[in-house]
Ligand binder design. Structure first.
Ligand code: C5P
Length: 315
């Protein structure tokens, strides 16, 4: 009698079929930028918020590590070892002591270089997907620890929701708020902005005395998140990088004005820009504002979204 075929230990661990992970974009409801540190990063005091614009990463078993993609940024984004998804897979494999073998496919809806942490989201998705594929069984906190070495925003996208980020943005504590869904309009620009350049521009504006006063504490925003009134929340949103984004891309002022003219409660630049996000009073207003912004020609595309939503998740 021949012995029944048995998968080896490695193959028995983890998923045999494909693992699909959905990961959201982030906006910063409050982005307080402190001084430049000796390591080249700025000290941050930020409130991250995950919104319902998603990338999707599918991981399958393979004999090597390979990445393919479709959607936003196809043809622009390098798929080699410089890609954060590949770096994330290597980092997890190194940590867990497994071979970094997987066939990864990315479906991108989050724009590149938009201030929505698209690249960081994909790295978070890769950690969660490969952990499930390889059966390495790490906790979210362990994945967030690996994530911090990949980029300042990556740990937040492992958790999602609404959270305080300190340090260079990688130290995350959840914000306990009432279960409210906020309605956003996200105005995406034709051409992205570089994050390091936006930070350098802020330093230059501050050195020359041309930057606005830095944001204060997050207390007002945290108080507003505990209430259910978007008008109260609107008064507390702020971004220290907004002056830098507007200096580099003056036309964003027209986008912000157009959103408010269309009925948004307020608009801010998201992260290092150039995406602008607008808070709407309700879902119907958000739809109308998005249509008006698209028709006004002040952005490539306006999408509605809600938040907070969960971080990178299998399913
Ligand atoms: O951490 P991440 O790789 O996403 O950061 C990209 C760049 O943004 C950094 O190299 C740095 O120039 C800038 N940055 C910063 N301070 C932070 C986060 C990012 O100056 N807290």
């Amino acid at each position: 009698m021949t012995e029944a075929w048995r998968p080896d230990d490695d193959e028995r661990r983890g998923a045999l079929g494909p693992v699909r992970v959905r990961v959201p974009a982030k906006v910063n409801l409050h982005l307080g930028v402190g001084p430049l540190r000796r390591d080249g990063y700025h000290e941050l005091n930020t409130i991250y918020h995950a919104i319902s614009i998603y990338d999707e990463l599918t991981a399958r078993r393979g004999d090597t590590l390979a990445l393919t993609m479709e959607g936003e940024g196809t043809g622009e984004l390098a798929l080699d070892d410089t890609n954060l998804v590949i770096r994330a897979a290597h980092a997890l494999a190194g940590y867990a002591g497994v071979l970094p073998h997987a066939r990864l496919h990315l479906r991108k809806q989050i724009p590149l270089a938009g201030g929505l942490a698209g690249g960081s989201a994909d790295a978070a998705a890769a950690l969660v997907a490969c952990d499930a594929l390889w059966g390495t069984g790490l906790s979210r906190d362990e994945l967030a620890g690996i994530a911090a070495d990949l980029g300042s925003d990556v740990p937040f996208l492992i958790y999602g929701g609404t959270a305080l980020g300190t340090g260079r943005g990688e130290a995350i504590s959840p914000v306990l708020a009432r279960p409210t869904s906020w309605h956003w309009v996200v105005a995406i620009a034709d051409v992205g902005l570089s994050t390091p350049t936006a930070y350098r521009e802020l330093d230059r504006l501050r050195d020359s005395g041309a930057a606005g006063a830095p944001l204060g504490s997050t207390d007002a925003l945290l108080g507003a998140l505990r209430q259910r009134d978007p008008r109260v929340l609107a008064r507390t949103l702020g971004n220290d990088l907004q002056d830098a984004a507007l200096a580099m891309r003056p036309a964003l002022a027209d986008t912000l004005k157009a959103g408010e003219a269309a009925g948004a409660l307020t608009g801010i630049v998201s992260g290092s820009g150039p995406t602008c996000v607008f808070l709407a009073a309700n879902a119907a207003d958000a739809e109308r504002i998005a249509a008006e912004l698209t028709a006004a020609g002040v952005c490539r595309e306006a999408r509605v979204a809600h938040g907070p939503v969960a971080g990178a998740r299998v399913g």
